[in-house]
Design a protein around this ligand. Sequence first.
Ligand SMILES: Nc1ncnc2c1ncn2[C@@H]1O[C@H](COP(=O)(O)OP(=O)(O)OP(=O)(O)O)[C@@H](O)[C@H]1O
Length: 607
Amino acid sequence: MSSRHQDLPVILHNDKRGLLTVEDDKLDVLQLSRDGRPPKRLLSCPLRNFLFAKLSVASSGTAKLGENRKLDLHSLGSSNSSGLQSNNLKVVKLHVLVEPINLPEAGEWIENIMNHAYQGMKRSKRVLLLVNPVGGKGKAKSIVHDTVLPILQSAGCDVDLRETTHRLHAEEIAKSIELNYDVIATASGDGLVYEVLNGLAARGDAKKALRTPIAPIPTGSANAVCTNLFGVKDTFNIPLATLNIIKGQKLNIDLCSVLLLPSLTRRFSFLSTALGLMVDLDIGTENLRWMGDTRFMVGFLKGIITNKNCKTKIQLNVVEHDKISMSRKARDRIKEKKGSKTLGSGINPLTANLNGLSINSTSNPTATTSKNVPSKQLPKSGEDDSMKTPLPIQSPTQNTTKPDIDEDELENGPIPESKPLEPNSTWITIDSSGNTSKSNIKRSSVGSLRSNKSNRSNGTGTAASVDEPLQVVRKGNWIDGEGILYFYAGMMPWVARDLMQWPVSISGDGLIDVVVQSVVPRTMMANAITGAEKGEAYWLECQHYYKVSAFTVENLDKANQPIFTIDGEAFEWDQFHVEVHPRIANLLSLNGDFYVSEFLQKHDEKA
Ligand SMILES: Nc1ncnc2c1ncn2[C@@H]1O[C@H](COP(=O)(O)OP(=O)(O)OP(=O)(O)O)[C@@H](O)[C@H]1O
């Protein structure tokens, strides 16, 4: 919806006459001249960055008839127009005066600008802001006080700030809070998002609680959610993440139940489940926390040097495994959304706009800075679907056809208990115990080194048969006899800024993207680092890729591989079973989806 042209005459800070103009989705502040010269533009601000407009009393505490009224305008902007990074954006406050004769139209003007700035989104949100003071480099408190709070307060948000004092504190809070917040914001890394989701999901009213969206502020060392929402470049963009709290649209995401056996303990995962190298990378590098997310690259290189096989039996309920078909579907979905103008141009449209705000600081001294569910079911961008009745969530273990089921419980009640899964003969089994003969392992590994990119003439994206030993058994694109360097199951494209592990992952599609990385020569893995942040490793033939609705994993070497991770948190394991709860939880996102990667914008399906 493009903004309607509307002008409001005002008196500027320098007692000169001015005009506030809303048009083409931006606010311009113009200084008028008396001698017929063209007006001078003092400020230009995209309405997406506009936070707040309010009329108040000009001087003494109460408004008197015939007195000028003060109009406060708050926005996000940079005090310098020389191409500053959007990361440097701060609150800009502008105060002008409205003469009594213009007061009636001032009310209408404010309503117009606020309507267009918020596009149906709730204004002045009630925010629960959880701050982990020890996350990442330990700067969350100062970042929150210097940057986040001033922006939220300028937008009129009501903020309930709570510092976490110990591990799992955020989970305890989420388990017991009253559900009267519009958003739960977490100033930390992915760990706090994981805890909040687990706290909400463990409640008796979990389905209702999980409708409160979560908005992360990236002050941890692992901030994959922010990469998925804002892209690699803006992963650590605090003003952008704060604007997301204010103006983000709800983004339905899937959660997984991860059932540990034999204890039958259940945890919920929103991001990843990992075995092998990817565990050592995260858990084995905690002493390097001071490095920020660079520590994961150090861990990756260490893992390549060790290059050990993770001995496990994995059973996958595979929905799709053809790489070309999966990438085509993910790209077509983006094209469709672009066509319906819900995603902008593929660059995060908000980021693109942020540098558009410029202030002529010399002429404007009063501008102050202060410190696969079907796609048709996806909410449309620009709508605040928090106002709507949610889609009923159906867990794999639920049966909604029974007439005696309580509707309220179904919509707002707990997530049904998980039971151990019972894979049948249609599931794919991958066994890396090393029981296959050595010659097979060697020959099939050679086959797996060829990248799909250079060998996709058969159109299936699966391994060609020339080099395959006669005895090998094909399982999707896995070949018995290969070793597993790592197993990585994920729900969003990026797992870190430098690794887009699941480039064709789609939010809320009810599927888990699974990568099984074969053990290959070290140089091959080292080369795979180049382009990993762009998802290029997807095309490596040694990265077997499946979309699954459920899977089970069994530990075949507990002594040497005691740990697996759920969303980066470590657990000891014998077996675990994973199933999806489609679209049961919510994040906030500025474009109503995950950030649109370059990978998804490519038109050549084989690129
Ligand atoms: N006050 C506190 N003292 C100690 N630990 C805390 C405190 N508050 C939160 N935590 C814990 O800090 C851990 C790390 O949080 P989070 O993942 O959000 O940040 P991070 O820096 O990205 O860490 P990681 O890199 O381990 O993921 C979580 O397990 C959380 O429970």
